[in-house]
Design a protein around this ligand. Structure first.
Ligand code: MN3
Length: 232
């Protein structure tokens, strides 16, 4: 894992948690604007912490190779394309105007930073307000899981399934490739609360073609406390 400065860590964690950027925009005369730079959050647990549901080899490659590559590629694209947006929020809200390289890799960085924080070892059941919101929107936790699993299973090819809050209303949906609900191009819109990566690289080593087994196992490592915090 690359070492990040404490400031960078706090910044990137805050960005991911809030889903919006908080980059200062007050500039001194002659100072260049703070153009956005994407970074990987430190993995919040060890690579083997989610076993047996998510294996360490998959985590190592997923975090260390795939996710790291998105970071390099989006920052390259920002330089190559002379992108001048100053916040993640603006980056995704105007992503239709950016190159495919910027869109795919920017989404790749954000989605994985979010995904790592959707999981934790020793998952505890959803409680309180979150539980009530899920029951209210979907009937029960079981029905919610069924619908979310359906979204994950029917996303053809590579992509993500999401639970979002759209103006206080909970919705389930999916996005192709590395698109996310913060993007202007996304049909599914809202504040992300929970996501699962259904790219084959997320499960192929352990589950091969059995996406259904991966999704079923993933419920055992969902960090419901993090989901509840995003809803608050
Ligand atoms: Mn992935």
């Amino acid at each position: 894992m690359e070492k990040l400065s404490r400031r960078k860590f706090i910044e990137s964690t805050a960005l991911v948690t809030a889903g919006v950027a908080a980059i200062p925009t007050v500039l001194m005369a002659g100072e260049k604007p703070a153009v956005i730079k994407f970074a990987q959050i430190p993995l919040p647990y060890s690579a083997n912490a989610l076993e047996p549901h998510i294996d360490a080899a998959t985590m190592d490659i997923h975090y260390g190779k795939h996710h790291a590559a998105y970071v390099k590629n989006v920052n390259d694209a920002i330089a190559e394309d002379k992108i001048t947006v100053e916040s993640e929020k603006d980056f995704f809200a105007s992503v239709s105007k950016l190159s495919a390289k910027a869109r795919n890799n920017g989404g790749g960085v954000w989605n994985h930073n979010f995904f790592w924080q959707c999981m934790a070892p020793g998952s505890r059941p959803a409680a309180g307000k979150l539980n009530e919101a899920i029951n209210g929107s979907f009937g029960s936790m079981d029905k919610f899981k069924e619908q979310f699993t359906q979204a994950a299973m029917t996303r053809f090819g590579s992509g993500w399934a999401w639970l979002v809050s759209d103006g206080g209303k909970l919705k389930i949906g999916s996005t192709p490739n590395q698109d996310n609900p913060l993007m202007d191009v996304s049909e599914l819109k809202g504040t992300p609360l929970l996501a699962i990566d259904v790219w084959e690289h997320a499960y192929y080593l352990k589950y091969q073609n059995k996406r259904n087994e991966y999704v079923a196992a993933w419920w055992n490592v969902v960090n419901w406390e993090a989901v509840a915090a995003r809803l608050a």
